[in-house]
Design a protein around this ligand. Structure first.
Ligand SMILES: *Cc1c(COP(=O)(O)O)cnc(C)c1O
Length: 458
């Protein structure tokens, strides 16, 4: 069992949470149409729905917030953020956006034409949907090891370089407006990507004249994994590793709600000046002027501080240690998880624990509902509810290879006893897993359906 690293912070403000009765939980989930997204937060004891925007800001971030400059254009807050973004990521141009998907929307609006393909290791759901919304075809080319939950590959988020080269050859670079990499690979278990792989991806895209964009929500966790696991990086700082990663790309989209530890915010960076101009126009149309991008000045300041705090190595050692600890106690409770433990979340392999529930009846959804009923814990299905979709050519439903339940850990928010409580709750569920049944949709929109779908137990 990995030891639990003592938190490298102490608590000076608390937010009460409460466990409502089993009867209230039953009523609440029923009223929510068995979709945990529709629960009221006050009915949840431990909320692991997402690590996005749910972390605890530091005293320094709250202090920076008070200095926000709310000028419409050219605010000091923007200049402070610009300095941090330039120092850490190094791109020529950047705009703030209100969150990651806004940056993806702007980028897709500027570059994706109907019928074009955008390869990546694995697109996250919002990236996937934003490319599809422009008629594009997101394509996942992650290494084979990623779909084997027990494979201990240290960089399971890596791109399959041979597949990527064959794909570019087959589709033709003229039909690929840009290529991507998601670091870390959220949809595939929060798994990191090695520097060597990023270098090879960059070369594969650039040799064909294809611009390379990073989807970089977890830049800091990825850097720390490289430091821990990739030969030659043990003595480099996470900041230097981050700079080396981003120097390989032509731009990035980023949700700052993850490693930059803010409640709202995102970034879109590019090196190309003409593209930057187009982005500014698109941003002004949809988000706001290019020096605030839909955010308040104070949000930009909190982000400027958070971008560095996310890179702090004592914090990252605690962060990845907490995740590894949670994975170990969940395994001890009888649930397999994606191995090795990822950065921001533990992914339970619901498909293998609930073999009686087929893909089309949503095993991950069944486990997520059960965790709420048993312990007031909110998690997130990452399986067929989120990713099954009809093939654009044949109309046949394509199911993802894994049916996962993600327990995302908000940053600097929960303690070891919360983690132990989660392990105890899962141990109780494990003893009756054979009796769990699946769900069917009573409502589902076409895109991003997990957010608003309604279900009925079978
Ligand atoms: C969260 C996330 C996004 C979307 O960002 P939002 O801020 O939620 O809009 C995109 N890509 C990845 C990898 C993410 O983790």
């Amino acid at each position: 069992m990995p030891t639990y690293p003592p938190e490298p912070f102490r608590i000076k403000m608390v937010e009460p949470i409460r466990l409502v009765s089993p009867e209230e939980r039953r009523k609440a989930i029923q009223a929510a149409g068995y979709n945990v997204f529709a629960l009221r937060a006050e009915d949840i004891f431990i909320d692991l729905l997402t690590d996005s925007g749910t972390g605890a800001m530091s005293d320094r971030q709250w202090g920076a917030l008070m200095q926000g400059d709310e000028s419409y254009a050219g605010a000091r807050s923007f200049l402070r953020l610009e300095k941090a973004v330039h120092d850490i990521f190094g791109f020529n141009y950047f705009v703030p956006a209100h969150q990651g998907r806004a940056a993806e929307n702007i980028l897709s609006a500027c570059l994706v034409k109907p019928g074009q393909y955008v390869p990546s290791n694995m697109h996250f759901d919002t990236t996937d949907a934003n490319i599809r919304a422009r008629g594009g075809r997101p394509t996942n080319l992650v290494i084979e090891e990623a779909s084997d939950p027990s494979n201990m590959h240290p960089f399971k988020g890596n791109m399959d370089i041979a597949k990527l080269k064959a794909f570019i050859e087959k589709i033709g670079p003229e039909n690929i407006p840009f290529g991507m990499m998601t670091i870390t690979n959220n949809a595939g278990g929060g798994q990191p990507i090695s520097m060597a792989n990023l270098r090879a991806v960059s070369k594969a895209y650039h040799s064909q004249g294809i611009p390379f964009f990073l989807d970089a929500a977890r830049y800091a966790e990825n850097s720390y994994f490289i430091k821990l696991r990739e030969p030659g990086y043990a003595d480099k700082s996470t900041l230097d590793i981050t700079r080396e990663m981003f120097a390989l790309a032509d731009g990035m989209c980023m949700s700052a709600k993850k490693d930059a530890i803010v409640n709202i915010g995102g970034l879109l960076c590019v090196n190309d000046e003409a593209l930057y101009r187009t982005i500014c126009n698109e941003l002004i149309l949809r988000e706001g002027f290019y020096t605030y991008g839909g955010l308040a000045g104070r949000d930009l300041d909190a982000m400027a501080v958070g971008l560095y705090e996310g890179l702090d190595e004592a914090y990252l050692a605690y962060r990845l240690g907490q995740t590894a600890y949670l994975a170990a106690i969940i395994n001890a409770a009888g649930f397999p998880t994606i191995q090795p433990a990822g950065g921001h979340a533990v992914y339970i392999d619901a498909g293998s624990v609930l073999p009686q529930i087929p893909h089309g009846e949503f095993p991950g959804q069944a486990l997520a509902v059960e965790m709420y009923l048993e312990g007031g814990i909110r998690s997130c299905e990452i399986g067929s509810v989120m990713f099954a979709h009809p093939d654009p050519d044949s109309g046949e439903i394509i199911y993802p290879s894994l049916e996962l339940v993600r327990l995302a850990i908000p940053r600097r928010t929960y303690t070891q006893s919360h983690m132990d409580y989660i392990g105890d709750t899962l141990a109780r569920i494990a003893s009756r897993a054979d009796n769990l049944r699946g769900y069917k949709f009573t409502y589902a929109p076409e895109l991003l359906r997990h957010f608003t779908a309604k279900f009925q137990p079978l």
